[in-house]
Write a protein that binds this ligand. Sequence first.
Ligand code: BMA
Length: 365
Amino acid sequence: MKNLLLFSLVIFNLTVSAQKSQPSDPKATRETVNLYRNLLDLQKKGLMFGHQDDLAYGIGWVYEEGRSDVRDVAGDYPAVYGWELGHLELGDAYSLDSVHFHRIKEWIRQVYERGGINTISWHLRNPLTGGTSWDTSSKEVVKSIIPGGEKHKLFITYLDKMAEFLLDLKTDDGTHIPVLFRPYHEHTGSWFWWGKDLSTPEDYKTLWRFTVGYLQDEKNVHNVLYSYSTDRFSTVEAYLERYPGDDIIDLLGFDLYDRGPDFLPTLKNCAKMVTDLAADKAKVAAVTESGGPVDKNHQWWTQVLEVLKPYDLSYLLVWRNPHSPAGHGAFAPYKGSPDSKNFIEFYNSPETLFQNDITKRNVYR
Ligand code: BMA
């Protein structure tokens, strides 16, 4: 009897842990399930490095086959590659950052073939006013695009274009390429039309739930892991205020840029809260966007690593190195950049993972 009880307990535990390492989409493709499991496992082993638009352009170059500012410095590509799909919803040929969508698809395939990981952000236009993502002139935008809203039909055309893009991410043998998708980000701030002061928590959650439901059930998109990604936050309650649910989210993330002396302590607090939550929920955790004044602080990379080391984080992704001098500076190192030496130290640390490390791992098998 005692043995039978023990046996049942073991089986029960095995079943629970197997269920826990399933992505939220019950119909996720095999490669997507494998990616999710490997992400869970890898976050215990090291911090993957990610870079936005890494293969598209860098400081002083645009569209050079095989080139990457990160590789120019460290001799290796990042493990995680970020891509931006803003303006896809308009049917444009290229993104708001002037990158052609057909090239982004090619790079996503290339990255998949060498065992790297792709993540997609979406600074979609404001469907109510026709303005940009940063157009916060109306507080009615989220309400207007969820079911029952006056722009709901228009919003569905945006999602149709997103679905078409995601379903077109295929290898030659027709295997769908898994990607992380991170829409409606930084919503604990109020600079995007979906931000905190511009929508109610309920409407924001409805937006998320409608998006995921539509892509999965109407469009049969099952090669996606969904990332929930706030801006800075100071309590777990604030982090979860607009969380749309464990049943649709796979990754818990936050964006945090270095804008002054409170950066490292804030990074530490946020990393602790997010990794504790992710451990409870058996989800992946990440710093989904970051960047610092690396042209001035040449020790930034090892300082950040020192802070993040104790936490089981999947990756840290830094934002783009702009191809034109307008706007912000470079967030990743580039050939001859003053932080290069420190970045190589970061690269050489056994705590960080780049492309060569994860290629060996085969995250899709
Ligand atoms: C911002 C800046 C903008 C860019 C946007 C979307 O942080 O880099 O220049 O258009 O992201 O990628």
